[in-house]
Design a protein around this ligand. Structure first.
Ligand code: ADP
Length: 270
């Protein structure tokens, strides 16, 4: 931080003048550093499940006469392979988003409908933990966006809300038309996030409790993906949390129809 990377070139211009070309490479260098860090993290993160799988394969070979142990190890190999598949998928997704090559198909999208879809997709996981979704979805929550990417962003927040909550609690989901912005909020009654971690959780591969994240099939990429999807839509994601009480993640996107939509106003004030 604070250092500039300048590329300086000098070209003679006749006998008494020189042309000085100064190119600011600071931004380019920073991008390059971020890319290198990411690649280092990726190889580290990939080594963990691959290492696990190869150890488990050895264990199976050694336990050939113990069918119960073989079945147990095989189950763990399956779980690790699944993790690896998710990880590879999310790494590719995030790289595309970062390069702004997400192949986004922008159209007029009803965010409330997308949220409803994401809720349906997460319901089985939620039911397994006895967590109930409570939703308030305004009509007329229109944005220009890619429905698939927006669904991914909302689904990632829902999955986290379910995974980091206590059993038998509620997760509130709302999609509201606030005039210039459309707001999606996901609130859980879970463990909350320490104030000092709030900025860091959006970083790639950052987890507060790696063991817990791994146990729930997390990759540490979910929130980084949400952040990039929001940024690519001209929006943002923010978090509010109180330790021991719960967290609220809010996505704000520029509304496609600026100003209050007639008829939707009364409901969005409730
Ligand atoms: P992960 O795959 O680990 O869930 P994310 O990028 O989605 O990765 O989240 C990063 C970290 O932020 C998680 O490991 C967890 O520690 C914390 N976190 C995310 N969502 C919540 C939440 N709703 N409540 C508590 N902690 C959360």
């Amino acid at each position: 931080e604070g250092t500039l990377a300048l590329d300086v070139r000098v070209a003679p211009l006749g006998a008494r003048h020189v042309l000085l070309l100064v190119e600011d490479r600071t931004q380019a260098r920073r991008v390059e550093e971020v890319r290198r860090d990411f690649m280092a993290n990726v190889s580290h993160e990939l080594k963990t499940p691959v290492g696990g799988i190869s150890l488990l394969a050895e264990a199976i070979a050694d336990a050939a006469d113990d069918p119960e142990a073989v079945a147990r190890f095989a189950g763990r190999i399956r779980a690790e392979s699944q993790r690896l598949t998710t990880l590879v998928y999310e790494i590719v997704e995030l790289s595309r988003l970062q390069a702004q090559e997400s192949g986004a198909q922008m159209s007029l999208v009803d965010v409330g409908a997308v949220a409803r879809d994401a809720i349906e997709g997460t319901r089985t996981v939620a039911e397994a933990r006895n967590i109930e979704f409570v939703e308030v979805l305004d009509p007329q929550t229109l944005v220009y966006g890619d429905p698939g990417l927006l669904r991914t962003a909302i689904a990632n927040l829902l999955t986290n809300a379910v995974n980091y909550s206590t059993e038998r609690t509620r997760v509130a989901v709302s999609a509201r038309n606030r005039g210039f912005v459309v707001e999606v909020a996901v609130s859980d009654q879970g463990q909350g996030i320490p104030a000092a971690e709030l900025d860091r959780i959006f970083e790639r591969f950052y987890r507060i409790d790696a063991a817990r994240s791994r146990a729930t099939g997390g990759t540490g990429l979910g929130l980084a993906i949400v952040k990039h999807i929001c940024a690519n839509h001209g929006g943002e994601v923010t978090v509010w949390s109180q330790e021991g009480h719960g967290s609220t993640f809010t996505i704000r996107l520029p509304a496609a129809s600026h100003g209050p939509v007639p008829g939707a106003q009364a409901e969005s004030e409730s």
